[in-house]
Design a protein around this ligand. Structure first.
Ligand SMILES: [Zn+2]
Length: 312
């Protein structure tokens, strides 16, 4: 019999849920907006209700599922299965005991991991990085997320905090970051950084679409801003390539659809910044799974934990 799991992905405004089997087939996707009415909703209450509804409508009892994998934003301690001091932009999220609560509620295995790490695991399992053992994932959005798989295993650090590449410093004495530090990679490489720069040059370029249209038209100012942004991203990636020697760089976020204007020039720029032996054979690719990455990766994380503990 094929094991089936529930995958959950908790973001700043909604919870995505789905059923995923051990071969990575996803069904019964749903999205629960939890922040539409309430200022400080109890996220765990929405999560538990969502999982219960999903089990009920699928006519399955709790025992028919082998576990619940949860991906979440915020600073996640995957060893304790709880949220650390910094709960990110999820209200009341700090110090929530996610795994303990789910185990008590449903009586089946559960796991919790950072959303950047889950996204990259999902892509390696059933997405754009399938078949690769050494993967560097960089998600360009409002901030910069990421994840690192090395030797086939997710790099977690001692508590699961690892892979937070948005907050490794790339600019000495640089701009102040939301995390409280200065000069972080995401202050320069996020799409917010791009939009900030673009809309200063031209107020009409306050969204990605308008800006990339200007670049496509050949607007010199827009092209220069894009080139500067790509250089900032490339600096960070080049540094990480020297540290981790990945086979593939996976670029995520809505902007990664810009193959000609982003992925391709970014690849050229990065390769010009790394030692030739490191550059040799590296693949650059856009992430593929979009909304499925978090739920799939959360389940892949749970399965890998079980495989690991079975070996002990
Ligand atoms: Zn930071």
């Amino acid at each position: 019999m094929i094991n089936r799991y529930i995958g959950a992905d908790i973001g700043g405004t909604s919870i995505k849920l789905g059923i995923i089997d051990e071969e990575g087939n996803i069904s019964e996707r749903r999205e629960i907006p939890y922040r539409s009415m309430e200022e400080h909703p109890d996220v765990m209450k929405y999560l538990i209700k969502g999982i219960r509804d999903l089990m009920d409508t699928c006519g399955q009892e709790t025992g028919a599922f082998s576990g619940i994998g949860v991906s979440a934003a915020g600073c996640i301690n995957s060893v304790t299965g709880s949220v650390a001091d910094n709960g990110g932009n999820i209200p009341g999220w700090s110090h929530t005991e996610v795994v303990k609560t789910l185990r008590e509620e449903f009586g089946i295995p559960a796991s919790l991991a950072n959303d950047g790490n889950c996204a990259i695991l999902g892509e390696q399992w059933i997405g754009a990085a399938e078949g690769f053992s050494d993967v560097l994932g960089v998600t360009l959005g409002t901030g910069v997320g990421g994840g690192i798989i090395t030797g086939g295993r997710l790099l977690e650090g001692s508590r699961g905090y690892a892979g937070e590449i948005g907050h490794f410093p790339t600019h000495a004495g640089g701009a102040h970051c939301i995390c409280g530090l200065d000069g972080c990679f995401e202050r320069y490489a996020s799409t917010s950084a791009l939009t900030r720069k673009a809309s200063t040059a031209d107020p009409d370029w306050d969204n990605g679409r308008a800006f990339f249209e200007a670049v496509s038209r050949g607007d010199e100012t827009a092209k220069a801003i894009l080139d500067e942004w790509i250089t900032d991203i490339a600096y960070g990636i080049a540094g990480l390539i020297h540290v981790f020697d990945p086979q593939i760089i996976l670029i995520g976020g809505g902007v990664s659809k810009q193959e000609d204007l982003l992925i391709s020039p970014l690849r050229d720029k990065v390769l010009s910044m790394v030692m030739p032996d490191f550059a040799d054979g590296i693949t650059f690719r856009a992430a593929q799974l979009s909304n499925d990455a978090g739920i799939a990766g959360a389940v892949r994380y749970l399965i890998s934990k079980e495989e690991f503990s079975n070996k002990m």
